[in-house]
Design a protein around this ligand. Structure first.
Ligand SMILES: Nc1ncnc2c1ncn2[C@@H]1O[C@H](COP(=O)(O)OP(=O)(O)OP(=O)(O)O)[C@@H](O)[C@H]1O
Length: 251
């Protein structure tokens, strides 16, 4: 029944191919503060999209809006994931519909081991990657499976947060600042696993202050500035466009 997206004709989106995740004319508020101001973009199945912009541009607010969290409030717009209207759902329904958000603070559950954190994600169907498959992807987590999750290093906690999202049967992975505070060698490791996850067919949206690293990983990029989209194109175009990078990304 739920099969709406073909609003590309009456939007200003650059491309018109059918999308897997479609955001159309989304407006989001924190109370009276108007943050996301009519944002539309598409994410195609199997691609990695980098959502970039300066501090306060509205990237996290956009991710939280897509994930249907209570804050911010989305007062207008449509969000479709694989023909399902996320904009009509609460966060737990969006999660069942296949949305996997890895928040910036990672939300590792204190008092639980690495394995228990993963098992908790699989307490109810739909179940995604098996523990063995997750430990193949993140061998460090396998080695530390009996260790309390919150005692892991920052990089390992980030791996656990990503693994926990994949432990559920998700259609899209939303990553909020996955590289924040991590040493370059750990960023390399996480980047490698995200490439592997992409090879398995996963669709990913990555919000990252470290724009260069995100662009190296991503196929496409959307740049936000004060809650509006100022660029929608390929990651290569951003890397090649010095003026665009200087103006909106300060790199
Ligand atoms: N809970 C909140 N209540 C009110 N305003 C908020 C809240 N969270 C964020 N904001 C404001 O919304 C705007 C966009 O913030 P957002 O976190 O989405 O930006 P961002 O692009 O992700 O940047 P950053 O990397 O700094 O998090 C900012 O002006 C911020 O102060």
């Amino acid at each position: 029944m739920n099969v709406r997206p073909d609003f590309s004709k009456n939007s200003n989106m650059a491309e018109t191919a059918p999308a897997f995740l479609s955001i159309y004319d989304m407006h989001s508020y924190y109370g009276e503060s108007y943050i996301v101001q009519g944002v539309s973009f598409n994410v195609h199945e199997g691609e990695i999209l980098a959502l970039l912009g300066r501090n306060g541009a509205g990237k996290t607010t956009t991710l939280r809006s897509i994930a249907r969290l209570d804050d911010p409030q989305v007062n207008q717009g449509e969000i479709w994931l694989d023909h399902q209207p996320l904009h009509l759902m609460k966060s737990h329904q969006a999660s069942v519909a296949g949305l996997g958000l890895v928040p910036e603070d990672r939300r590792i559950i204190p008092g639980l081991t690495v394995e228990e954190n993963l098992q908790l994600a699989q307490i109810a169907p739909p179940i995604g990657w098996s523990l063995d498959r997750l430990y193949d992807l993140f061998p460090r987590l396998g080695e530390r499976r009996k260790q309390e999750g919150v005692t892991l290093s920052g990089g390992e906690q980030q791996m656990l947060a990503i693994a926990r999202a994949l432990a559920r049967d998700i259609k899209v992975l939303l990553l909020d600042e996955p590289y924040e505070g991590l040493a370059p060698v750990i960023v390399d490791e996480i980047e490698k696993t995200l490439r592997h996850v992409k090879e398995q067919g996963m669709t990913t949206v990555i919000v990252e202050q470290n724009a260069v690293r995100a662009l190296q990983l991503a196929d496409r990029a959307v740049i936000l500035d004060t809650g509006s989209i100022v660029f929608d194109g390929t990651a290569a175009e951003v890397l090649e466009n010095e003026a665009l990078r200087a103006e909106y990304l300060a790199i």
